[in-house]
Design a protein around this ligand. Structure first.
Ligand SMILES: Nc1ncnc2c1ncn2[C@@H]1O[C@H](COP(=O)(O)OP(=O)(O)OP(=O)(O)O)[C@@H](O)[C@H]1O
Ligand SMILES: [Mg+2]
Length: 264
């Protein structure tokens, strides 16, 4: 199973759009995917048009906050064929408080322990991270092996990246298997010089990690309004083509990794 955190401390760069459409793209390609919403805004589930009764809070604590025991399998919601979701939302505020109260020496590894693979039959575990940085962000990066970092090709994009890398390096000291695997340029507007400039700089800086850009596409903003992935809403839109390509790249990398484990 591959564990991928879609993460970037800066807000509004396309993390949820990427996590949801990548997860559904992989599911449509026949992979079994668990998508974890790590944000109090509950955007992941909103984007998919679902509102599960339980989620990550119950999955980790084992109860619903009102004294009722919740089994792990009850916390996981089936969202689409091959796609399951652990919902986030406002209860994650309580979860962060709870995590903060745990003994310092193991509070950062609690999510990792809860999710430890038990022949669950999953191919991908994808975390949709919240902006900012807190005890839950650390838990996610302790549980992940790969980071996919979306960078919006507008504004001071590279500054946000530098801050985020500082966080990443601090977690890598605790989780040695964590790798910055993908840099995903998002909201690429081919008409603006700024988009091209930032994209070219990213290509020079991250030769191995750089992905084909996700173009700015209004269909990607419209799809979540009706609770659909881009493949359900507008399968021939450029946004669908871009996210399909991204899913294919991840699948290809997985195959290569199995064939040549030391190359990647
Ligand atoms: N390629 C794109 N083209 C056009 N709009 C996009 C694209 N990607 C994302 N958006 C829009 O930009 C906004 C922010 O995207 P999204 O919610 O995915 O970012 P985020 O990084 O998850 O934000 P947050 O940090 O608040 O969690 C949304 O309205 C989304 O629909
Ligand atoms: Mg988001």
């Amino acid at each position: 199973m591959r564990t991928i955190a879609v993460a970037m401390a800066k807000g509004g760069v396309g993390k949820t759009t990427t996590a949801v459409n990548l997860a559904h793209g992989l599911a449509l390609a026949g992979k079994r995917v668990l998508l974890v919403d790590c944000d109090t805004q509950a955007q992941t589930t909103t984007f998919l048009g679902i509102s599960p009764p339980h989620g990550l809070y119950e999955f980790i604590t084992g109860h619903d906050g009102n004294g009722r025991t919740i089994l792990k399998k009850e916390a996981i919601h089936s969202a689409r064929q091959n796609l399951w979701v652990l919902a986030g939302g406002i209860k994650l505020v309580e979860l962060k408080n709870w995590l903060g109260e745990q003994p310092r020496e193991h509070r950062h590894a609690i999510l990792h322990q809860s999710l430890a693979p038990k022949n669950n039959g999953l191919d991908y575990l994808i975390f949709d991270c919240a902006p900012g940085w807190d005890v839950l962000s650390v838990n996610i990066l302790m549980a992940a092996k790969e980071v996919l970092c979306p960078v919006a090709l507008q504004g001071p994009a590279l500054e946000g990246l530098k801050t985020f890398f500082g966080y990443l390096v601090s977690v890598q000291q605790l989780n040695k298997s964590l790798r910055l695997k993908y840099i995903l340029p998002t909201m690429f507007d081919r008409r603006t010089r700024q988009s091209h400039d930032i994209y070219n700089r990213l290509r020079r800086l991250f030769r191995k990690q750089i992905c084909n850009p996700i173009h700015h596409n209004v269909r990607l903003c419209e799809a979540p309004v009706v609770g659909q992935s881009i493949f359900e809403f507008a399968d021939s839109a450029s946004g669908a083509q871009d996210y399909r390509k991204l899913a294919e790249r991840l699948i290809d990398d997985g195959i290569r990794q199995q064939e040549h484990p030391r190359v990647l």
